[in-house]
Design a protein around this ligand. Sequence first.
Ligand SMILES: NC(=O)N[C@@H](CC(=O)O)C(=O)O
Ligand SMILES: [Zn+2]
Ligand SMILES: [Zn+2]
Length: 428
Amino acid sequence: MTYLLKNGHILGQHGLQPQDILIDGQTITAMAAHLDTPADATVLDLEGGFISPGLVDVHVHFRDPGQTDKETIRTGSAAAAHGGFTFVGAMPNITPTTDTPAAMTAQIKRNQTAGKVRIGQYAPITMGRTGDKLVDFAALQKAGAFAFSNDGSGIQSAETMYLAMQGIEKTGLPLAAHVEDVSLFNHGVINAGPRAQELNLPGIDKTAETAQLARDLVLAQATGVHYHVCHVSTAESLQMIRMAKMAGVNVTCEAAPHHLLLSDQDIPDTDNSNFKMNPPLRSESDRQALVVGLLDGTVDCIATDHAPHTQAEKDQGILKAPFGIVGSENAFSLLYTRFVRTKLFTLGQLIAWMSARPAKLFNVPAPQLKVGHTADLAVFDLAHQQTITAEQLVSKGKNTPFLGTKVYGGTLATFVGGQPVYQRGELQ
Ligand SMILES: NC(=O)N[C@@H](CC(=O)O)C(=O)O
Ligand SMILES: [Zn+2]
Ligand SMILES: [Zn+2]
């Protein structure tokens, strides 16, 4: 198929500039302010929309196999496409998990068959994501593992983590760590602090994150592994990562949109489990530290931690509901509206944190808007405001604290390998 994207804008040296893009097969074959329409081309009039390199999200949960009432590879990847993502890294907290080469091979095949976007598949660090028995890192790398992570739980034994780092270092792949010391978790449901006291809810102390992070940074330095911190949430974590980077530790980290946008002060008085995720929304000063961390380079990239759950599970209330919120579909629009329209971030910075940077960290090809490159791209409507509603979400999970939020930057279209994987109504 040949597509001509007309009347778009791309980010050039001097800001947004008019751009037409011709896609032939998988590839971008021409770019200019104005292109004539080839006879066989399907024309999409973008009406001024912003064309971005495809977004890259290194942290999503698809629940497939095992919990397909929450999400499937199909619906999760459709949600990613709806958010402008052309590549996602899928976490291995699925049942069965991808802890053997055979399971990894089978899952990669399922991802390729059902996925609307490109999917990198994480392998766990330990067998079954429990206990201390390490997976065969080299064999899983050979089978196509994207990276290693036990996301959902921290590795409690220092010895296990040390041995895992030594093994994963040899593969050159990142070890993506969910840092959480369960002995300090206190059965909490939101951040420990004044808001938890006001709401009379058990609090998760920051030390559950920072104590394990301190341990891991020491071990990462000793082993040289690429140690990537998932969903970093506290100012103290950032300070440690900043110092570790200065000391030459091979550490990177991601921040989730909700931790950049909300603090525990935003948790309403009404019992709303869509404000419950792990790590929890922290204090306003932690939120601000994450924003500063992005700007000074301590935070390397943004990743959504898209974590769908069923309505019935989330209806159990904040004490009982599972941790996690969906994030793929409105990550760009929320961050664009809050930070780019207010000029705290430039559009170029936001796109770098959501595309080229995470791609580079995880050694996947970064989508590029250049002739000769694969057409992995997204088009966003920066000019019009819309309200986030449950009905718009194509994920099975509707569990987001942002329902009712007004945003600019809704997705108009997403292309993967030259094929449209999402198109908003008016672009059909
Ligand atoms: N973030 C969450 O609150 N939940 C995630 C697990 C995780 O990312 O640790 C999930 O799988 O539901
Ligand atoms: Zn996690
Ligand atoms: Zn996660």
